[in-house]
Ligand binder design. Structure first.
Ligand code: AHR
Length: 334
């Protein structure tokens, strides 16, 4: 009995010691050599700061990154910033302390990154900007960008509206814009591209523009109010599908038929927006491609090897129109 107790005590002690050393090994700021030994062969560690989960598009973007990291045997330290720039900066600071090989991040807004990027540069860690762009005083603070071309998306939206109303000559065309998160490069780019597209056509008037923060609930709220405040709206330009779905709900509540009483152009190409296009509730869907995970991992590998990468890489994207035959379109996955 005494002997048995002794064995049990020794086993427990050994277990605690193993647990303690494992905890210390994983929690302490570790040397890269140690990490290489206990991670998959390529031994690359990527710190990724995502902005949150505000839309189906964003959830798919996260899924693409997580899946691609696993397939590429890249160890991913992932942080969800819950829509706060300060949380992104904190996460990036902890990636630097952890001595990751590469940092990638989706900047929630375009400005305010120079200090943290300088800290990463001082620590010798290359930074990849993805999905949204940044404005910086020193372009050398980050290695490159991969993501959408939001100005092109805005120009495509304008072109669709110009074509759609090309037969109407005797009156102004009244457009409402529901934009994305204020200060984000995608909202700025989508707004700028749209205005560039309408530039030589003063008869196309943006009578109101307001941010819905890329949220379905805000799209609904804003549209419910707008329908009381404005008459004779010809078209809605919505910066994302989530807000568009809210806009559609608000229109039905007022007995308006989306897509015919008011023309709708939307960005993202989520499955729900494609379904709305098929039903005629939306007239044009501009794709914003969230499946950037594999390309991000390829760029991460290059950066970890000390190679340079292209400054700007825009992902492939399509535009879907109400006149398209969508019968063979694959499910979107988001
Ligand atoms: O930055 C990309 C945008 O962010 C997508 O259009 C939108 O849906 C999202 O949440």
């Amino acid at each position: 009995m005494k002997n048995n107790n002794h064995i049990r005590r020794t086993t427990l002690l050994c277990f605690i010691l193993v647990l303690l050393s494992f905890t210390l090994l994983t929690q302490c700021k570790r040397e890269k050599e140690v990490l290489v030994a206990d991670t998959p062969r390529n031994g690359i560690i990527l710190g990724f700061s995502q902005i949150g989960a505000e839309s189906s598009w964003r959830k798919r973007n996260t899924q693409s990154i997580v899946e691609a990291a696993e397939e590429s045997h890249i160890q991913l330290l992932f942080d969800n910033a819950e829509q706060k720039q300060e949380n992104q900066i904190k996460a990036m600071r902890s990636f630097i302390a952890y001595q990751v090989d590469v940092i990638a991040f989706v900047p929630i807004v375009a400005t305010g990154w120079d200090n943290i990027l300088q800290e990463a540069k001082d620590a010798g860690i290359p930074v990849l900007v993805t999905d949204r762009k940044i404005e910086t005083a020193n372009e050398n603070l980050y290695a490159g960008f991969i993501g959408t071309d939001s100005e092109r998306e805005g120009r495509d939206a304008a072109q669709f509206i110009l074509d759609k109303f090309s037969q109407i000559e005797n009156r102004p065309i009244r457009i409402i814009e529901i934009s994305g998160t204020e200060g984000s490069s995608v909202a700025l780019g989508r707004a700028a591209g749209f205005r560039q597209g309408l530039d030589d056509h003063p008869e196309f008037e943006i009578i109101h523009s307001e941010s819905g923060d890329f949220l379905r609930s805000k799209g609904y709220e804003i549209m419910s109010r707008i329908l009381k405040e404005f008459d004779d709206i010809d078209a809605i330009y919505s910066h994302n599908d989530g807000m568009t779905l809210g806009i559609i709900d608000a229109m039905y509540e007022r007995d308006l038929q989306p897509g015919s009483d008011i023309v709708i152009v939307t960005i993202d190409a989520e499955q729900a927006a494609i379904e709305a296009l098929r039903r005629g509730e939306v007239n044009c869907v501009i794709e914003c491609n969230p499946n950037t995970g594999p390309a991000i991992m390829e760029l991460t590998k290059k950066l970890a090897r000390g190679e340079s990468i292209p400054r700007f890489q825009h992902v492939d994207e399509e535009v879907f129109y109400e006149t398209d035959d969508l019968s063979s379109l694959e499910p979107r996955g988001y």
